[in-house]
Design a protein around this ligand. Sequence first.
Ligand SMILES: Nc1ncnc2c1ncn2[C@@H]1O[C@H](COP(=O)(O)OP(=O)(O)OP(=O)(O)O)[C@@H](O)[C@H]1O
Ligand SMILES: [Mg+2]
Length: 378
Amino acid sequence: MENPFYITGIIPERYFCDREKETDWLVRTLRNKANVLLTSPRRMGKTQLIRHVFNQPVIKDNIITFYTDIFATTSLHEMVLFLSKEIYSKLVPKGKTALDRFLAFLRSLSGSFGYNPVTGSPSFDVKLGDIHTPELTLEEVFMYLEQADDPCIFAIDEFQQISRYPEKNVEALLRSHIQKMNNCQFIFAGSNRHTLENMFNAPSRPFYNSTEQLYLDRIPKKAYTDFILEQFSMNRRQIDALAASFLYDLFEGHTYYVHNVLHNAFAFVPPEKTIDENDILAVLNDILEEKGRAYSSMMNRLNYQQKETLIAIAKEKKARGVTSVAFVRKHALKSPSSVQYAISQLLDEQILTYEDTGKSKTYSVADRFLEKWICKVY
Ligand SMILES: Nc1ncnc2c1ncn2[C@@H]1O[C@H](COP(=O)(O)OP(=O)(O)OP(=O)(O)O)[C@@H](O)[C@H]1O
Ligand SMILES: [Mg+2]
């Protein structure tokens, strides 16, 4: 029996939950030829939403869609490589004419990809060292997209990564190309809200005011719990409505965590049993146990101040006024300044995350399983 709760890979449409409003908005906005900035907390469902949007008939049947995740890239060279490789792999199934057209544009890379001289089959063998003039290759890639036979959408996931490239002018360079394009829309996605919002909303930055923006929040509770009950009953399995609601609240509807527990509950609770709150907690406990080793070694890499600050924030769940004397006293921490310093390091490592709540910031542990594990162990 297939597990309807996917936790890796591409989710088949029948197992994709809600996101109706967001999907409509994205389809409409992209068809109106606007570029989009899509942000959310980590693991809320950005990447799956992009795939889902690309699968909508009005998009799928009329537009060539490209997707690349640049999280692993650390320079403009690599970004150019990722963009070209994605275009290449989308064009190969379309046949020789389509691929030849792309090759004709990419003169700066001629020789490193195209067709295998022996077998004649398409091959992409570009090495980073082959990209001698990344700015020129980038221009060629964009020229191709602008003159492709069909309209295009290019999603660049983990876009905040470009702010870490050593080249200084990447934002301005990309912006200058993108603003001239009519045939290709872009989705810039990422979870590092701080970096992305600065990049797109600060008047001094090249991308200022250049996109429509969507902040992806949790799936509403009713839609999510209805989906859960429906998936179980379609498989002739039972889950208490109360247990579904309990699970949603346990993780505030945070998709990845809710889905992980459901996946394991579906797989491991005996099929004849109606899943209740105790089963949910038992499944969660097994997950925490399994992750314990990795979490312990992560904790071992932290210094003492970072560790005690992280534990204090995990216990608060949503920590406000973290540099107040009251907070420092309550958790027996060293001093407000040491807490502030530890927090900035933990944010850099993406172990913590924050929300702006009016005057002050509210901090929490980014990985909700880690938060629960810390509360259990410390
Ligand atoms: N609409 C959905 N329906 C069903 N499951 C979903 C949905 N959205 C997200 N998920 C679940 O949450 C997981 C994480 O989703 P996804 O990878 O899209 O998040 P993300 O925001 O891109 O995360 P990251 O910040 O790590 O890149 C998926 O693997 C899947 O298990
Ligand atoms: Mg993602």
